[in-house]
Design a binder for this molecule. Sequence first.
Ligand code: FAD
Length: 300
Amino acid sequence: MINKEFIDAVSGEFTKILTDEPMSLHTSFRIGGNADCFCEVRNIGALTDVVEACVRYELPYFIIGQGSNLLVSDDGYRGVVIKLDGEFDEIEKTDDNTIRCGAGATLAAACLFAKNNSLGGMEFAWGIPGSVGGAVYMNAGAYGGEIKDIVRSVRYLDGSTIKEISGKDLAFSYRHSFFSDKKLVILDALIELYPKNKNEIFFLMQDTMEKRKKKQPLNRPSAGSVFKRPEGYYAAALIEQCGLKGVSVGDAQVSEKHSGFIVNNGKASAAQVKELIGMVQSVVREKTGVELECEIKYIG
Ligand SMILES: Cc1cc2nc3c(=O)[nH]c(=O)nc-3n(C[C@H](O)[C@H](O)[C@H](O)COP(=O)(O)OP(=O)(O)OC[C@H]3O[C@@H](n4cnc5c(N)ncnc54)[C@H](O)[C@@H]3O)c2cc1C
């Protein structure tokens, strides 16, 4: 339980504390019950204070990026959700070809910064919702590119110690990184790009966005592709082949536009999305023998 001592310990100029905060306000699915406490931290000191206080008061905590890959329980989260803000949103050019991106910065801001500085290599990420921290954690990727291709190093918080790890040691694989399932906080990432004509970058970004708009149900809340790509198959094709396109449980529906997405048609609950996921997994398993593994993270 969140108590007054915890609130006192984390209160400060660089921390915004919200109690009983609806997680539906912080997820792209627009689903999720209340978190006991939601802390927005604006610098490393504030972050360290919150993490230390969570450990001291034995409170579970969870780092949220832009909430674009999450399904949060209807019962919410019994603990502290920590969001990086303020200084963590900063992006700067560190030398000719590298930019340092705070983990709280959006991938969109990083892509625009790279383009404005005539640096190519991250056009693939244009249109992937989320933060730089979330993208590193997930090894986000699209259209032939992945975060692993451009990350030179990452700084992170381990307890109260700031550490740095190089890109080659980040154990990146498909939607997985060194950070997966660890209690570490990504602080920032050094991204290595290369000089490129600004217009060429712009056209490639536009092209990527057009492809997304054509294929993805961007007009409905979702968390993107629900399932990982199974070896040798495409999740969406398998789901469609099994006749599950458009199937729904309450307001949760397998998208008519992209069967790999589940969309929230209004008032979908996490329970409905979970039921639909289970249904899709079991029908696909039965009819094709392929096991669909969830890409989205369930919280709570
Ligand atoms: C319409 C749509 C399209 C999408 N398209 C793609 C796509 O093309 N490719 C793709 O890969 N993904 C895609 N996604 C999924 C999602 O955008 C990515 O997984 C994204 O990288 C998640 O970032 P986030 O900041 O929203 O992370 P969140 O969803 O908030 O969190 C994801 C995980 O990262 C962890 N995390 C976040 N920040 C930190 C941090 N600073 N330190 C430690 N851990 C952290 C969280 O604890 C959680 O475990 C899409 C989603 C939507 C809604």
